[in-house]
Design a protein around this ligand. Sequence first.
Ligand SMILES: Cc1cc2nc3c(=O)[nH]c(=O)nc-3n(C[C@H](O)[C@H](O)[C@H](O)COP(=O)(O)O)c2cc1C
Length: 216
Amino acid sequence: MKRSAKILCLLGLSFLMISCNEQQNGTVNQEINKEQIVVDNLMTRRSIRAYEDEIVPRDIMNVILECGIYAPNGMNKQPWEIRVVDDQNYIKELTDLYLSDMDDDHPRNPKKDPNFRNMFRNAPTIVFIAMEPGFCSQVDCGLLAGNMVNAAWGYGIGSCILMAPIQFMKSEKAKPYLDKLSFSEGYELLMAIGFGYPDERPQAKPRIYEKIKFID
Ligand SMILES: Cc1cc2nc3c(=O)[nH]c(=O)nc-3n(C[C@H](O)[C@H](O)[C@H](O)COP(=O)(O)O)c2cc1C
């Protein structure tokens, strides 16, 4: 769904929920719907791999990043560093480099995909997360990423957490691009997250409910 249509839907939904409350209680009670809005946001988020061209405005990215760093993290060590790249030249040059070694005939060569735009699942804004290795660091960075993708979805912004490009990002070939991210000494690139306005509306991937058990 296009961004404008999604915003209209969200506005419509909020109006409907507030109107219902007004009718039932005679007062606006948005508090009642807070949990519904949160659950709806979590349940409707999808990983997005097709985007509109527009770069996510930096003021919105700043809110998403702030939500990220407010994630719970072991002993509040915040063992992460975050870099945001919305320079399309950086993304294009890196993608060209990534593709340059690939065999054109390989069945999984992304160049065969007519919708392929870049190696970050086509997103126009990329967040790179590096971690300071430690007992809780990977978990902490995962929670940071979780907060960010869910906060983004609340703004109608799609995202996809990406581990696949990391091996290439750490290769000798990509070193100038990793260096440009200027992570501090001792920090290791862990993941990328692509962000942008969705140009697809994927179904939810099935979840395995049997993995949940209450213990009596
Ligand atoms: C740690 C992690 C690594 C992931 N790496 C990739 C990736 O490299 N490429 C990709 O397309 N999706 C990647 N994903 C997205 C998952 O494929 C996606 O979250 C999963 O299929 C569930 O779909 P959903 O996010 O739409 O609910 C990754 C997700 C996580 C959490």
